[in-house]
Design a protein around this ligand. Structure first.
Ligand SMILES: NC(=O)c1ccc[n+]([C@@H]2O[C@H](COP(=O)([O-])OP(=O)(O)OC[C@H]3O[C@@H](n4cnc5c(N)ncnc54)[C@H](O)[C@@H]3O)[C@@H](O)[C@H]2O)c1
Length: 246
């Protein structure tokens, strides 16, 4: 599929990796709608990007906002499920005065925003793709944590679920010409990484990455584009991690 001339929906695109992906696709000539729950950040977007207030965990709001995008642009060719929140909590924490075990509410919250959201938005968009006979491309933003990252029970489970849905949809949707792939970034030098991970841990990650550095958001965006543009890639989870294994 050509990015140029396509209509793309990028969730969580008001900042971080999503913003970089949105800019990259727009730079390649796509019409890009950026969906985010952060309405204020959307107002600061470049006029080349179209903002859409959307909480990806709210099925009825997602359905109605997707319908509005289809009304306006007549199609969505590319869906990038990027919205998510990096959460960290070990199963057992002996120093937590409120209880040593992982809080179940926080476990559910992480799954809702990182896993359910991908199902919710994809369901709303694919319904239109199938009805309008659009041979679309879905790219899910997973994570290296899908392998099982120490200290991230819920987030790792959510991203492993994203990988499983990616492969399942590649099989189910291929008959309509809709491809489903994922990018699994390692540690990228974003604000979210610096607030979720201590500087000591970042040094450890750098030292253990064969390329001895964090990734750049532009490298994730380029990987997303390659999955969109290569029409025989389907069911791929593409690691973008400098060779790091966890
Ligand atoms: N930064 C990294 O190193 C890294 C590594 C691996 C995977 N990822 C994944 O990449 C994606 C983007 O991460 P980031 O680092 O850019 O995060 P970020 O926090 O910088 O940006 C996330 C964006 O998603 C939006 N968002 C969050 N919850 C939402 C909701 N319910 N509805 C709508 N929008 C919502 C936020 O408002 C924000 O604009 C996430 O899925 C994350 O798990 C990031």
């Amino acid at each position: 599929m050509k990015t140029e001339g396509a209509v793309a929906l990028v969730t969580g695109g008001a900042r971080g990796l999503g913003l970089e992906i949105a800019r990259h696709l727009s730079g390649e000539g796509a019409t890009v709608v950026v969906a985010d729950r952060n309405a204020e950040a959307l107002t600061a977007l470049s006029p080349l990007l179209e903002g859409c207030v959307m909480d990806v965990t709210d099925p009825s709001q997602v359905k109605s906002q997707v319908a509005k995008i289809i009304d306006k642009h007549k199609r969505i060719d590319i869906l990038v499920n990027n919205a998510g929140v990096i959460t960290s909590e070990p199963l057992v924490n002996l120093t937590n005065p409120d209880g040593i075990m992982h809080d179940y509410g926080r476990f559910r919250d992480s799954l809702t925003v990182n896993l359910d959201s991908v199902f919710i938005v994809t369901s709303a968009v694919v319904e239109h793709m199938v009805k309008l006979r659009i041979r679309g491309a879905i790219v899910n933003i997973s994570s290296i944590s899908a392998c099982g990252n120490e200290g991230q029970t819920a987030y790792s489970a959510a991203k492993a679920g994203v990988n499983a849905m990616t492969v399942t949809w590649s099989k189910e949707l291929g008959r309509w010409g809709i491809r489903s792939n994922a990018v699994a970034p390692g540690f990228i030098g974003t604000d979210s990484t610096h607030s979720a991970v201590t500087e000591t841990a970042i040094k450890h990650i750098r030292d253990n990455t064969p390329l001895r550095r964090l990734g750049d958001a532009s490298e994730v965006a380029a990987a997303v584009r390659s999955l969109i543009e290569n029409d025989f890639l389907n069911g791929v989870v593409l690691d973008v991690n400098g060779g790091l294994r966890i």
